[in-house]
Design a protein around this ligand. Structure first.
Ligand SMILES: [Zn+2]
Ligand SMILES: [Zn+2]
Length: 237
């Protein structure tokens, strides 16, 4: 596995085989920001990615979590142990889940979601965040990483727009399965109707899209995102 540059100062780090799970590194004035971690095996991959980019552990200043689901945070406690100076940031509406170490009962829509979240494999070592991500604000020190609160997949789900390059890091607001953007399975969402509504909050003017799940879209491929985004805007409120 190796890093892939999406734009100047923005890299994708595949943390599982293929395009299944991705984290992102963003360079800024005061060092690197990591967006999401991944499963338990992700810390090892992320340490390798930092080495591949010729960066030191101390260069990593903060870890931004798009939402508290196991495929994004199961490796967080271990990775934080490796980079104790990096601040962990998450939206306040997901902070309690992160601290609890699991998606609580009722945290996902439908019975299958409840069954999944009862499985120890989908629990994680609780993490107390160091700060909050605020809708509309630039992540402090990140040099242009704008937070957009997009609730529904989870209550505190956020996407990040890297404004210097107009690169969107979409978290689980949309997936890229079969090379076409789409919403994730409703059973994995906290509130599917709110998640659908949040699609209208996604930025329109972007030059690249990095997905937590699926291959990124760059260049001409971004038109697929634009088309999906325009279609989603017609969903009735
Ligand atoms: Zn998720
Ligand atoms: Zn996910």
């Amino acid at each position: 596995m190796s890093t892939q540059q999406l734009a100047i100062g923005v890299w994708r780090v595949p943390t599982s085989k293929g395009d299944r799970d991705n984290a992102f590194l963003v360079d800024g004035d005061d060092g690197l920001t990591l967006v999401d971690v991944g499963w338990a095996g992700a810390p090892c991959v992320l340490l390798g990615a930092l080495a591949e980019l010729g960066r030191k552990l101390i260069d990593l200043r903060r870890i931004v979590i798009t939402h508290a689901h196991p495929d994004h945070v199961r490796g967080l406690a271990e990775f934080r142990r490796q980079v104790p100076d990096a601040r962990v940031l998450i939206h306040s509406d997901d902070a309690a889940w992160l601290h609890r170490g699991r998606v609580p009962r009722g945290g996902r829509h439908g019975a299958l979601g409840a069954v999944l979240d009862a499985m120890p494999l989908l629990h994680w070592t609780p993490v107390e965040p160091d700060g909050e991500l605020v809708d509309g604000a630039v992540v402090d020190g990140s040099d242009g990483l704008r937070v957009v609160h997009t609730p529904g997949h989870s209550p505190g789900h956020v996407v990040l727009l890297h404004e210097p390059t107009r690169t969107l890091l979409a978290g689980d607001a949309i997936f890229n399965r079969g090379s076409q953007p789409a919403q994730g399975p409703a059973m994995l969402a906290h509130d599917p109707a709110t998640a659908a509504h949040s699609l209208q909050l996604l930025p329109v003017d972007v030059t690249a899209v990095g997905f937590a799940h699926g291959a990124p879209l760059r260049g001409d491929q971004v038109a697929r995102y634009q088309t999906y985004r325009a279609r989603s805007a017609r969903i009735p409120e």
